[in-house]
Write a protein that binds this ligand. Structure first.
Ligand code: ADP
Ligand code: MG
Length: 291
């Protein structure tokens, strides 16, 4: 499985007074079985980019290919688009607004049934995936509207997971949750990648999460790809931070200060504050020995 963008451009409301060019000349590969973060300021084109990956938006220039399935610019109808949508699940920003069934069970079953599963199979999938998202089956007969914000979001994610696709796109999945809710969701995505081998495409503003779990980072800036690299390379690039308006993760705002004070941070590759403390302690212990 591979997802490739080649010279993709997209303009909203073309040839109207509202015309807006949201993506320009996007050429990038998204590697399978990885956690790929998509970052950039609000309005940089992140949501527009990811909606091309399951055919929700059709490019206006260039091509998007998913394996040997190619979506060409301005293509009117995509054959077999359902196959792509089943394999590549997209969880929108604030997915809880899309819950609509009377029970949680029926909400989770909706996708699988819509994609041709028998009701019994879909019911079993609901049982399985309610657990995967950290709730239990006692929730199934309840109304989704009685849940907390974080729980609603889990139910919406369970509905997409129940399609059992190989790729999961999450557009700002932790926005508006409390820190514990955020942490639990990020752990869920990490586990889906590490235990079930799913490709995870994560649009987020939380750079601490990006540093913690991403294998690759795509930085969008002013409608274009600014850079794609592993998170440590991205956050070491202080010019990128200055030019793109991205707020660095806590670990790196601290490392920049250490560097400015003349401390050699080149050996540090921490992905969390606890790892940073550990690595700093080791460096300090070595320095003590030398003295
Ligand atoms: P991001 O997700 O990075 O915040 P988006 O992809 O949502 O960015 O939007 C990119 C740009 O396109 C923004 O300037 C936004 O205002 C504009 N845009 C998004 N959706 C529409 C739309 N339906 N019609 C017109 N402009 C849009
Ligand atoms: Mg967005």
């Amino acid at each position: 499985m591979s997802i490739k963008f080649k010279e993709v451009g997209y303009t909203y409301s073309p040839k109207t007074p509202y015309q807006y060019e949201a993506l320009k000349d996007i050429t990038v590969d998204i590697d399978e079985h990885k956690i790929v973060a998509v970052i950039g300021e609000t309005g940089s084109g992140k949501s527009t980019l990811v909606q091309h990956i399951n055919g929700l938006l059709i490019p206006m220039t260039g091509t998007v290919s998913i394996n040997d399935f190619i979506i060409k610019a301005n293509q009117k109808k995509i054959r077999d688009i359902k196959k792509i949508r089943k394999q590549i699940g997209l969880v929108f920003q604030f997915p809880e607004y899309q819950l609509f069934e009377e029970t949680i069970e029926r909400d989770i079953m909706f996708g699988p049934v819509n994609f041709g599963e028998k009701k019994d199979v879909a019911r079993d999938l609901a049982k399985k995936y309610i657990k995967v998202v950290g709730l239990d089956k006692s929730y199934l007969p309840r109304s989704p509207f009685d849940l907390s914000g974080g729980q609603k979001r889990r139910v919406a994610i369970a509905g997409i997971l129940a399609l059992q696709g190989h790729t999961l796109i999450l557009d700002e999945p932790t926005a508006g949750l409390d820190p514990d809710g955020e942490k639990e969701l990020i752990k869920l995505f990490y586990d889906l990648n590490h235990k079930e081998n799913k490709t995870i495409i994560l649009v987020t503003h939380n750079m601490n999460h990006v540093l913690m779990v991403a294998d690759e980072v795509i930085v969008l800036h002013n409608t274009k790809i600014y850079k794609k690299a592993d998170p440590i390379t991205i956050f070491r690039d202080q010019q990128l931070i200055a030019e793109t308006g991205i707020e660095p993760p806590k670990v790196y705002s601290f490392l920049y200060k250490l560097e400015a004070a003349g401390f050699d941070t080149s050996k540090i590759n921490a992905r969390s504050t606890s790892e940073l403390i550990e690595q700093l302690e080791q460096i300090l212990a070595k320095n003590d020995k030398k003295k």
